[in-house]
Design a protein around this ligand. Structure first.
Ligand SMILES: Nc1ncnc2c1ncn2[C@@H]1O[C@H](COP(=O)(O)OP(=O)(O)OP(=O)(O)O)[C@@H](O)[C@H]1O
Length: 235
C-alpha cells in the first residue's frame, strides 16, 4: 500500500510536488501530466529517493524516512539509465540476482528474457547497448520476483513495436494479479489500457483523478482540458 499524507517536496518555488494526499492499495494507477509537472518526483518520493519536506510517504506501513524502510517489495522500471554502464549485462544480472536472492526471481528473469528475446548472458557492457535493449533489461529485472508494488516510469520508451506488443501482454497478466501498480506514461492509450484510475499531475500537484474503468476516453479529454494549447504560427 502506498500512502501520501499532505506531502510536499518543492525544489524551488515553482518546481517539485506539493499538497499530495492519496492512498493506493492493490489498484493500477496511471500518472499523466505535462513535462515538468512532478510525475517523476512523485515516483522518487515513493521510492524514498527524495524525502518529503512536509507530510509523509508510507509504503506498506513504513515511512520512507524510517530506518527500516527498504525497497524489497517494490519493482521499479525507471525512465532514466540508472544502471552501471561499465558492467556487462551478465555481471549486472548476476549482481541483481545476488541482491534479490530469490528463486522465483531467477526463473522469472529467464522466462521474461526469452519472451523479450534478450540475452541475459551477454558479455557486452550495458553502456554499449541500444536504448531499447537497456529498456528490455530494466523491464525484465523490474517485474521479476515477488514484488507487491510495481512502478513503471515510461516503460515502453525505445521499445520496438513487437516488444511493445509483448510488453502489453505481460502488463495484462500483471494487471490480473493482486498488485499495486503505478504506471507513468505520456502514452495515454497505455494508461487507459492498464489502469483503473488516472491521476493528472499539473503545476506540482494532483489536479484530477479520472475513473478509467468505464469511460476510457475520459483521460484524453481531461488531459487536454488541463493543457494550455497554443496555435502554431506561420514559419
Ligand atoms: N533534483 C532536482 N533539483 C531541482 N529541480 C528538480 C529536481 N528534480 C526535478 N526538478 C524539477 O521539478 C519539476 C518536476 O520534475 P519531474 O521530473 O517530476 O517532472 P515530470 O512530470 O516527471 O516531467 P517529464 O514529463 O518531463 O518527465 C521540474 O520542473 C524539474 O525541473
Amino acid at each position: 500500500m502506498i500512502e501520501f499524507k499532505n506531502v510536499e517536496k518543492m525544489f524551488t518555488k515553482n518546481k517539485g510536488l506539493k499538497n499530495v494526499n492519496i492512498t493506493i492499495n492493490k489498484e493500477n494507477i496511471g500518472l499523466v501530466g505535462p513535462n515538468g509537472a512532478g510525475k517523476t518526483t512523485f515516483i522518487e518520493l515513493l521510492l524514498g529517493l527524495h524525502l518529503p519536506r512536509k507530510g509523509e510517504v508510507i509504503i506498506n506501513g513504513v515511512k520512507t524516512t524510517d530506518k527500516n524502510f527498504n525497497l524489497k517489495s517494490i519493482g521499479y522500471i525507471s525512465a532514466n539509465l540508472n544502471i552501471p554502464k561499465k558492467l556487462s549485462v551478465f555481471e549486472y544480472v548476476n549482481y541483481i540476482k545476488e541482491l534479490e536472492n530469490n528463486e522465483k526471481f531467477n526463473t522469472n528473469i529467464e522466462m521474461f528474457a526469452r519472451v523479450l528475446s534478450f540475452d541475459l548472458n551477454d558479455a557486452s557492457s550495458i553502456g554499449s547497448l541500444s536504448s531499447g535493449m537497456v529498456q528490455k533489461l530494466k523491464i525484465i529485472l523490474g517485474i521479476s520476483g515477488d514484488k507487491d508494488i510495481l512502478i513503471f516510469d515510461e516503460p515502453t520508451r525505445g521499445l520496438d513495436p513487437i516488444a511493445v506488443e509483448l510488453f502489453e501482454k505481460v502488463m495484462e497478466k500483471l494487471k490480473a494479479k493482486d498488485l499495486t501498480i503505478v504506471y507513468c506514461s505520456h502514452i495515454l492509450d497505455e494508461v487507459e489500457k492498464f489502469c483503473e484510475l488516472g491521476l493528472i499531475i499539473k503545476d506540482n500537484t494532483i489536479v484530477k483523478d479520472v475513473n478509467l474503468k468505464e469511460h476510457k476516453a475520459n483521460l484524453k479529454d481531461s488531459f487536454n482540458s488541463y493543457y494550455d494549447l497554443k496555435e502554431i504560427g506561420e514559419f
